[in-house]
Design a protein around this ligand. Structure first.
Ligand code: ADP
Length: 157
């Protein structure tokens, strides 16, 4: 049983994230989408909404689980019995940052291996940050989000 943790903030979950998970499902038996709860971060969308939207995206896919965690990602890997960390790469900028984290993680916890997947070109420009900016400026963001990610629930109360 190959289980991978896919950690992130998912504020909100985008088609870019979806693409990485689809590809990850060809490699792993199970993927745990792990929403990192960061005391310092000021998220646009409350955790419970982010979690429910992701659960809705994968309601027909039993091999994807959703969980929230605080603390170190590698500790949550231990807790969930995940031997792999799945991460997506958009650019060289992502790569430099991800490489550092992966090295530290592998030093601290050699049992966990990071696996990197690149998204299709059409998705590689999408980031949650850009989507949040579009939302703030009332631009069209819909094409970047799965339908189940109903950000309108929060935006319109
Ligand atoms: P974090 O706050 O840890 O960066 P994110 O929610 O922004 O979390 O992203 C989680 C993971 O998804 C990261 O590995 C990120 O590189 C990847 N990712 C996000 N958007 C894309 C995309 N469009 N293409 C490829 N990977 C992506």
């Amino acid at each position: 049983m190959k289980r991978a943790l896919f950690p992130g903030t998912f504020d909100p979950f985008t088609n870019g994230h979806l693409d990485i998970i689809r590809k990850g499902l060809r490699i792993f038996d199970e993927i745990v989408v792990a929403i990192g709860v960061n005391a310092g971060k000021n998220e646009m969308f409350p955790l419970e909404y982010r979690r429910r939207w992701i659960e809705d995206v994968f309601k027909e896919e039993k091999r994807v689980k959703v969980a929230a965690y605080s603390g170190l990602t590698i500790d949550f890997c231990r807790e969930t019995g995940s031997e792999f960390i799945l991460r997506g790469l958009r650019s060289i900028v992502d790569f430099e940052y991800e490489k550092q984290i992966a090295h530290v993680n592998e030093q601290l916890f050699p049992g966990v291996q990071s696996v990197f997947v690149i998204s299709e070109q059409e998705y590689s420009v999408i980031s949650s940050t850009i989507v949040r900016d579009l939302i703030r400026h009332r631009a069209d963001f819909r094409q970047y989000l799965p339908l189940a990610v109903k950000v309108e629930e929060v935006l319109h109360g």
